[in-house]
Design a protein around this ligand. Structure first.
Ligand code: SAH
Length: 353
C-alpha cells in the first residue's frame, strides 16, 4: 500500500493510468493544499486511475474512534484507533485569534517515564509510523476545514517522545513542510523533547527552521533526574551544549524551554538561579507551564505552584533579561491538557463520530 503522503508513488501510479498532468495537479491540490475528503480528491481523476488510487493507497491508517469537545475552551480531543488496535490521541486547539493548532502524538505510550506525566505511566508500546503521524494532521485539518478554520500550527507535544522515533518523525516533518505537499511553515512547527542531545542536534541540522522545545523542568541535576528519569544518561552540561548548537543551527533564533512549576521542587530561589545560569548566553524563550494533576502521581506529592507564585517566578526571569510566557492549559475538562493523554486500551466506547 502507498502512503497518502508519498507523492512520488502517487504520481507514478497516476502516470501508469495515463492521468493528464492537469488532472493530477488538481488531485494533489485537493489532497495536500485543501485537505478535502478522499472522494473529492479521487473525483479529479479519470475512472481507471480513481480505482487504482482508491485501492492502492492507505488513505487513513487511523480511525477516529472518539471525539470530546471541551466546554471550557476551544480544545477537542481526538482518540484514534490504529490498525493493530492501539489508541492514540491528538488535541485540536482553537485560539480566539482564529488560529488553529493540533497537538500530535509520535508513539503509542512513551518510554521516558516522566514522574508527572500520564502517558509515561503506560510505558512504550511502539513507535507510530510516518503515515500515522501525518494522518493525525490530515484528519484534524479536515475537521478544522469543516468549521471554516485553517490549521496553521503543528505541535509535537502529544503522546510519546518524538526524538525516540526519529525516523518516522523525520519522514512526517519532511512531508508536512514540503511546498509540493502540505506546505506547513517551519516557524509554525514545534517539536518538543525530553532532551536527547545528539538527536536534537541531528534534527536541527536537518530542519534548521523548525522549532525545538526542550522540556527542561529543572536545571538542578538531581531534581531533573528524578522528574525526567530517561535523561539520566544526559547530564545538564550535555543538554546545554546541544541547546547552544541547536540555536546556532537555527541561525540564532530562540529555542523554546518548557518549565513545569512544582511547588517547592522547581520554583524556589535556587531553581531560579540554576535556570538563569543554565540558559545564560543561549537565546531562549521560556514557557512556564502549570502542572495538570494526573492519576497515579498523588503519592509523589507533586503540586502545582499557585498562580501568584508562577507569576512572580516569571517576573523574576524577566528581570534577569529572559523572554518568558506563562502558559495556561487548554482542555483540562477532557483530559486533553499537557501530560493527560493516556487513553487506555479498550476504554473507548463505540464510535461516537
Ligand atoms: N515527550 C515530549 C513531548 C510530549 S509532552 C516532551 O517531553 O517534551 C509535552 C509537554 O507536556 C512536555 O513539556 C511535558 O513535560 C509536559 N507535561 C507532561 N505531563 C504534564 C502534566 N501533567 N502537566 C503539565 N505538563 C505536562
Amino acid at each position: 500500500m502507498i502512503a497518502a503522503h508519498d507523492l512520488s508513488a502517487l504520481r507514478s501510479l497516476a502516470r501508469l493510468h495515463k492521468v493528464a498532468v492537469s488532472e493530477l495537479r488538481t488531485a494533489e491540490k485537493r489532497l495536500f493544499k485543501h485537505r478535502l475528503p478522499v472522494d473529492e480528491v479521487l473525483a479529479a481523476l479519470p475512472e481507471a486511475a480513481q480505482a487504482a488510487w482508491r485501492g492502492g493507497v492507505d488513505w487513513h491508517p487511523l480511525v477516529l474512534a472518539q471525539r470530546r469537545d471541551s466546554q471550557l475552551d476551544g480544545a477537542s480531543k481526538l482518540a484514534f484507533r490504529t490498525a493493530d488496535g492501539a489508541t492514540i490521541e491528538s488535541v485540536m486547539l482553537r485560539f480566539r485569534t482564529g488560529r488553529s493548532s493540533v497537538c500530535l502524538s509520535t508513539q503509542v505510550g512513551c518510554a521516558a517515564d516522566c514522574a508527572f506525566c500520564a502517558t509515561g505511566k503506560l510505558g512504550l508500546r511502539r513507535n507510530l509510523t510516518a503515515p500515522e503521524i501525518v494522518d493525525q494532521v490530515l484528519q484534524a485539518a479536515r475537521l478544522f476545514r469543516a468549521e471554516g478554520r485553517v490549521l496553521r500550527n503543528l505541535v509535537f507535544m502529544g503522546m510519546g517522545e518524538p526524538l525516540h522515533n526519529e525516523e518516522a518523525l523525520g519522514e512526517a516533518v519532511e512531508a508536512l513542510r514540503d511546498p509540493e505537499r502540505f506546505n506547513f511553515a517551519d516557524r509554525f512547527i514545534v517539536v518538543s523533547t525530553v532532551g536527547v542531545p545528539a538527536a536534537m542536534v541531528r534534527f536541527a541540522r536537518r530542519f534548521p527552521g523548525v522549532n525545538l522545545a526542550l522540556s527542561l523542568h529543572s536545571a538542578r541535576e538531581e531534581v531533573r533526574r528524578w522528574l525526567v528519569p530517561t535523561t539520566r544518561r544526559h547530564p545538564l552540561a550535555d543538554l546545554r551544549a546541544a541547546l547552544a548548537e541547536v540555536s546556532a543551527l537555527h541561525g540564532g533564533h530562540t529555542v523554546l524551554i518548557e518549565y513545569l512549576l512544582f511547588d517547592g521542587l522547581t520554583d524556589t530561589h535556587a531553581d531560579l538561579e540554576a535556570l538563569v545560569a543554565f540558559v545564560a548566553g543561549i537565546p531562549v524563550h521560556i514557557n512556564l507551564i502549570p502542572f495538570n494533576p494526573v492519576a497515579g502521581t498523588e503519592s509523589l506529592g507533586l503540586r502545582s505552584t499557585p498562580k501568584e507564585r508562577r507569576e512572580a517566578f516569571g517576573a523574576a526571569l524577566k528581570q534577569a533579561g529572559l523572554k518568558v510566557t506563562l502558559r495556561r492549559s487548554l482542555g483540562t475538562d477532557i483530559d486533553g491538557a499537557c501530560g493527560q493523554l493516556a487513553q487506555r486500551e479498550g476504554a473507548l466506547k463505540a464510535p461516537v463520530v
